[in-house]
Design a protein around this ligand. Sequence first.
Ligand SMILES: Nc1ncnc2c1ncn2[C@@H]1O[C@H](COP(=O)(O)OP(=O)(O)OP(=O)(O)O)[C@@H](O)[C@H]1O
Ligand SMILES: [Mg+2]
Length: 397
Amino acid sequence: MPIIVEGQSAVAETLANAVGQHASIVSNLEELKHQLASNEHEYAIILGPGVDLEAAAALAGTLRVTRPPTSVILIRRRVDTSVLAEALRSGMREVVEERDLTGVGSAVTRAAQIFEALSGSTQVALDGPRGKLITVFSPKGGVGKTTLAVNLSLALGGHGKKRVCLVDLDLSFGDVAITLQLFPARTLADAVPMEAGLDIGLLETLLTPHRDELYTLVAPVQPDARDAIPASLVGKVLRLLKANFDFVVVDTSPGFDEHVLAAFDETDELLLVTMLDVPTLKNVKIAAETLDLLNFAKDRRHLILNRADEKVGLTPEKVESTLEMKIDASIPTSPQVANSTNSGEPILGTLPRHAVSRAIAALAGDLAGLPESSNIPAPRSSRVAPPKRALLRRNSR
Ligand SMILES: Nc1ncnc2c1ncn2[C@@H]1O[C@H](COP(=O)(O)OP(=O)(O)OP(=O)(O)O)[C@@H](O)[C@H]1O
Ligand SMILES: [Mg+2]
């Protein structure tokens, strides 16, 4: 994500809006050096009008040698020939007037393209180690898919320890944004015109962060936007995300549509969600048979029983024998789950020791190959240090 260096916060915020993506803001060059030390994949540094020209030129001169793919963009209140000459000498790629906000956005887009061209980072990312893609699926609506997908994403992320992207593939009626109280500027629908040239740099501009814990790619706001999204695009998006995140969690619509089938092709672990009622069980049974027809490997399917403690005459044993599958995780019923959905605060964040949170954290641990304890986040109030901002690009794993 681009870094803006500017001491005046109002000016920095205006520049951040002009960048049109998630930029981070630092107030001076010293802070910038710290931030760059932990991020070798930065593609744009925007030096605001408050940064001294001489210091800006010195920095650009150094970065030209140490990080050739990174662009330095200089913002000045007024651009005259002496500023341009200094910028040129030091190796800055762009000089833009402060009030030319469109120009700032375009300069950042060009910086991303230069970075991709010079570092071949997209190719490296696609060829590099792959993250795990976990799809949460059920043929029935209202069984807890979104609840599980959201809380599981938080558990897998461990407050920014792992890079996680949650994708809402319930393209007509997706609830991820509302469940996390997000106000996304972009959705998957914005990827449609980009499909041919889509790379991780462009895809990054469509992601919405949830605090510092995870990224989301949310569903379109209009239900009919789904029809314009080709299944091929879903596959491409998921492959790019998989190559750049430790975990990609996919929430789905109930039923096998073309988008969900495209997700199955990229899925490493499939969570099949059921509940203790006969209609759901019947439909999950049919879904399991459909997965057989699709040749979806049995050892990558995991049965999740939600509302597992409800006394409704059907037992977990009956579920296992009907589906001929072992239950991998049981999540109890609790009014606090519904409360958390309605307040936009996932239960794993607010009540990490709750039985529901523990069940989901244990499942996350299994999926990540970790002991349960390492996946239960500390309650917000007792955190020692703020979480590190999750880096979108993969450094090493
Ligand atoms: N274990 C639980 N205990 C209590 N309430 C739950 C539990 N799991 C889910 N719920 C509630 O059930 C409702 C439906 O859950 P959710 O939206 O996660 O289901 P879904 O399968 O994603 O539904 P849809 O198919 O409509 O997208 C929500 O109000 C949620 O809070
Ligand atoms: Mg849902």
